[in-house]
Design a protein around this ligand. Structure first.
Ligand SMILES: NC(=O)c1ccc[n+]([C@@H]2O[C@H](COP(=O)([O-])OP(=O)(O)OC[C@H]3O[C@@H](n4cnc5c(N)ncnc54)[C@H](O)[C@@H]3O)[C@@H](O)[C@H]2O)c1
Length: 339
């Protein structure tokens, strides 16, 4: 069985990826300091998988602790999810973001080199494109100046990986640029667990529908889009998880050194109002929302060209927006039930 270290494996995308890895015959080993996740995620994983996964409650920036994990387990690869991700917070405490997101990557790369682990999948983001000049965005679309320290950490990490591979390091690396992950596992055993007020649209919608938030504000309806609200590319988290499995399988077949980048989205943009309407249909209830002012820093529209990932990795999304919103809603209902 091929052991894969997943840093941030108790988080939203990491936990779903752990499930897909097991389904594909890999053995995930989780490393998470639970700074943005809860231990109950491990119970959800056990419920789906019928067994426990190995999990280390450690910090990715603790070189000694990370090295011990590399020493103990013979690893075939690493998926590096661990990072802070709140855009707004990153403008308040930028050094925390640079320290956590950039330093942790260096620790992982050093340990991989020391212990002869060659394959890495890195969590990047469509935020590196900013507001692109042409749509949809391909992997060759120029990156824009980052709007936030968080976005800049992703840009810097991508550059580190590119330069490291260019130096001739014996490693094979894929950066996946995620568009907007939504949804939850169809069993409702795991899903997104936003701590505090959600920064993303879908958890805000489901919390509003569940009565946890009074109302949702749509930030602007005067953009140059079909109905004036912003457009994003919403990708089901299980499809996104599968892209990691396909990336690892691809890297395992390759020899020598390699760095490549893939967009992971559906290839389709949806406006905020379309998401709200679709949610209302799926959940069978009206959402209390209002139109507010534009939010500074919001990109007007962005969606992915997914031709490259389909052609090279053989990956295609399986879930629709309806599926994503149904799974998010069922997960929210489960959270309410648990109290
Ligand atoms: N969710 C999104 O919208 C989105 C979009 C693009 C990219 N990403 C990136 O994908 C990755 C995963 O995102 P997510 O949505 O699952 O976030 P998440 O916060 O749910 O998961 C990240 C996990 O990493 C852990 N973590 C953070 N710093 C750590 C450290 N130093 N050591 C050990 N564990 C640490 C957290 O406790 C958390 O469990 C992140 O790198 C994020 O920047 C997310």
């Amino acid at each position: 069985m091929k052991n894969i270290l997943i840093t941030g494996g108790a988080g939203y995308i990491g936990s779903h990826t752990a499930v897909e890895l097991v389904k594909a015959g890999f053995e995930p080993i989780i490393l998470d300091n639970f700074s943005n996740s809860e231990k109950s995620v491990l119970d959800g994983l056990k419920q789906i998988l019928g067994r426990e996964l190995i999990c280390y409650d450690e910090d990715c920036n603790d070189r000694g602790a990370v090295a011990k994990i590399f020493e103990k387990h013979q690893l075939s690869g690493v998926i590096h999810f661990a990072a802070y991700k709140a855009v707004g917070e990153s403008t308040q405490v930028p050094l925390n973001y640079y320290r956590n997101n950039v330093d942790s990557l260096l620790v992982i790369l050093d340990c991989m080199a020391k212990y002869g682990v060659k394959d890495l999948v890195f969590s990047s983001s469509c935020t590196v494109y900013g507001q692109p000049d042409t749509l949809p965005v391909t992997e060759n679309t120029p990156r824009k100046e980052a709007e936030s320290p968080y976005g800049n950490t992703k840009k810097i990490c991508e550059d580190i990986l590119r330069d490291y591979v260019k130096s001739g390091a014996d490693t094979r690396i894929i950066s996946l640029r995620y568009f907007n992950p939504v949804g939850a596992h169809p069993t409702s055993a795991i899903g997104e667990l936003p701590l505090g007020t959600p920064n993303n649209l879908v958890p805000f919608i489901t919390q509003t529908a569940a009565g946890i938030r009074e109302k949702l504000t749509v930030f602007g309806d005067d953009y140059d889009t079909a109905d004036g609200s912003c457009v994003r590319d919403y990708i089901h988290v299980v499809d996104l998880a599968d892209a990691h499995v396909k990336s690892l399988a691809f890297l395992a077949q390759k020899a020598g050194n390699l760095y490549d980048i893939f967009n992971v989205g559906t290839g389709k943009g949806n406006t905020v109002l379309e998401v709200i309407n679709t949610f209302e249909q799926v959940a069978g209830k009206k959402l209390n929302y209002t139109i507010g002012k534009r939010r500074p820093g919001d990109v007007e529209k962005v969606w992915a060209d997914t031709g490259k990932i389909t052609e090279v990795l053989g990956w295609q999304p399986q879930f629709t927006l309806e599926d994503s919103l149904r799974d998010s809603w069922n997960w929210q209902l489960k959270l309410v039930e648990k109290g």
